[in-house]
Ligand binder design. Structure first.
Ligand SMILES: Cc1cc2nc3c(=O)[nH]c(=O)nc-3n(C[C@H](O)[C@H](O)[C@H](O)COP(=O)(O)OP(=O)(O)OC[C@H]3O[C@@H](n4cnc5c(N)ncnc54)[C@H](O)[C@@H]3O)c2cc1C
Length: 373
């Protein structure tokens, strides 16, 4: 059978239109306006997207990308604190008012991702609705096979495929992993007649024997509740089953007060959330951003801000190469990402060390052991 012709040539091909991919496209169109930039993503039908708490430091990145007005026009909830029962059963408040930017946000995540992608397209990015399946070298750089959507030739590739880290997987890279965390998420309808608690809109974190819980009110009269635990603990305890999930939910002190479980909108959804970083040397012209290069524990609420930051840095590295033939930006970028992960892993260990109430529980033992080695 003759091989399929190449559908189009691009300078930069971005795999994945989450926050990292879309931000990279916006920045690239700004700094190299004559470059042909394309973004490809799998068509999504759900508006139940997970990952919605963003801390105040998102502000300068939104400003830098020139999307602040579009962001402000959307219905995201402002937030001024996070509450947590960590290390003891009482709730403590982490106030944002001393941050340089003092407002955090509870995003309508599907809307936020769509806004960034729309901004990327509005600035001249070509949008392809397709899954990228494989990669091959070509005389001009790289050839990406998107199945029925075609084959695309490109000089540079940005892997923005999130936790799938598809290019690293094709290249058979193994990440440095800190844990095997997963999040088991259920969305609920937010009933306004729920009890009036201190700041019902704030995100609440509550540590438990199996890991920790998270809940927050999100736009669209919804609440999200997640049990974060390790993949083997989740399997053994069967938390993907709604009745088991509700059983563990009923053992919480603060989380259960904030949700009326009579109105679930979804079944439990299991999502990978391990902390990990790819440290291999990527082939020339390939760069990974957002969760595709490193992912942080949702406890940090850093995923989206980190996605935007890495996308900006990666776009500068590509621009240096495209405009001035200077390839140094790539190695500087990867060093920055590895150093960032090293620092993060110390903070991560210290934070888990602060919870000592379940010394016999495997979830906590694994994290405390790490600190000692
Ligand atoms: C349970 C949980 C809770 C979280 N809570 C928070 C939070 O409160 N705050 C926070 O900041 N972060 C949170 N995060 C992390 C946050 O969601 C991620 O860090 C963020 O989404 C990373 O953005 P990204 O663009 O790198 O990847 P994603 O947002 O995952 O986007 C990747 C995109 O790539 C596409 N894709 C994948 N494979 C292919 C392919 N082969 N071809 C084409 N497209 C492809 C996907 O469809 C997707 O659209 C949470 C994560 C989890 C798991």
């Amino acid at each position: 059978m003759p091989s399929k012709p190449t559908n189009a040539n691009f300078d930069v091909f971005i795999i994945g239109a989450g926050p990292a991919g879309a931000a990279a496209a916006i920045s690239l169109r700004e700094i190299m306006p004559d470059a042909r930039v394309c973004i490809a993503d799998i068509e999504k039908s759900t508006h139940f997207r997970v990952g919605e708490s963003v801390p105040p430091p998102i502000k300068p990145f939104l400003d830098h990308l020139g999307v602040t007005t579009a962001f402000e026009n959307a219905a995201h909830n402002p937030t001024f604190r996070t509450l947590s029962a960590w290390g003891s059963s009482g709730l403590e408040s982490n106030e944002f008012f001393l941050h340089t930017y003092n407002t955090g946000w509870r995003l309508d995540r599907a809307n936020f991702d769509a806004m960034l992608k729309t901004e990327a397209i509005r600035r001249g990015t070509t949008n392809i609705s397709a899954r990228a399946f494989s990669l091959a070298e070509s005389p001009h750089g790289w050839l990406i096979d998107c199945g029925n959507a075609g084959k695309f030739s490109t000089r540079y590739i940005i892997d923005a495929s999130g936790h799938a880290a598809i290019v690293s997987r094709w290249l058979k890279y193994a990440p440095r992993k800190l844990d095997r965390l997963i999040g088991c998420t259920v969305f609920f309808e937010h009933q306004t007649q729920q009890p009036e608690l201190f700041d019902t809109e704030a995100a609440v974190i509550e540590a438990c024997h199996q890991g920790w819980w998270y809940t927050a009110a999100i736009p669209g009269h919804r609440k999200i509740a997640i049990l974060m635990t390790d993949v083997d603990i989740a399997r053994q305890s069967g938390i993907a089953n709604m009745s088991t999930w509700l059983h563990y939910f009923s053992l919480t002190k603060h989380i259960k007060q904030r949700i009326n479980t009579r109105f679930p909108l979804t079944q439990p959804m299991i999502l990978p959330a391990s902390s990990r970083c790819f440290t291999d040397t990527y082939p020339p012209g390939i760069i990974a951003v957002g969760d595709a290069i490193s992912s942080f524990d949702p406890l940090s609420s850093q995923g989206i801000v980190k996605a935007l930051r890495s996308a900006l840095y990666a776009s500068y590295a590509i621009a240096d190469c495209y405009l001035r033939n200077d390839t140094m930006g790539f190695s500087k970028y990867f060093t920055l990402m590895r150093n960032e992960f090293d620092n993060y892993s110390l903070t991560w260990q210290n934070y888990y060390q602060r919870e000592q109430r379940w010394p016999e529980a495997p979830f906590w033992q694994r994290r405390h052991r790490m600190k000692r080695t």
